[in-house]
Design a protein around this ligand. Structure first.
Ligand SMILES: [Zn+2]
Length: 99
């Protein structure tokens, strides 16, 4: 299985680490309140869908540019549909002189 990193190009999957489902959204304390927040956090931390099909996943390219990525992958065929930089993650920076 090969993964097309948006910064490094196509690489072996051994360079990457799977971090899990990228779909859950962290509950917001400022908006939610009381018991509802505890239930929402329980769902956020412990409950995941077992998708047979396309799902969004976090991957980390530790053997390359060290970027966090969001991939859409078919869990049945293992086909990667898209791979993008994770929102808020820093893009790979070119090495500075002397590093
Ligand atoms: Zn990379």
């Amino acid at each position: 299985m090969r993964i097309a990193c948006p910064f490094c190009g196509e690489r072996e999957n051994g360079e990457f680490t799977y971090l899990g489902d990228a779909s859950p959204k962290r509950p917001n304390f400022a908006i939610d309140g009381g018991e509802v927040v505890e239930d929402a956090f329980y769902d956020y931390v412990y409950l995941r869908d077992n998708v047979a099909g396309v799902m969004r996943e976090y991957w980390y390219h530790g053997g390359g540019c060290r970027s966090w990525l969001v991939a859409e992958r078919n869990t049945v065929t293992h086909e990667f549909i898209s791979v993008k930089a994770a929102p808020g993650a820093g893009a790979a920076k070119p090495a500075q002189a002397g590093e």
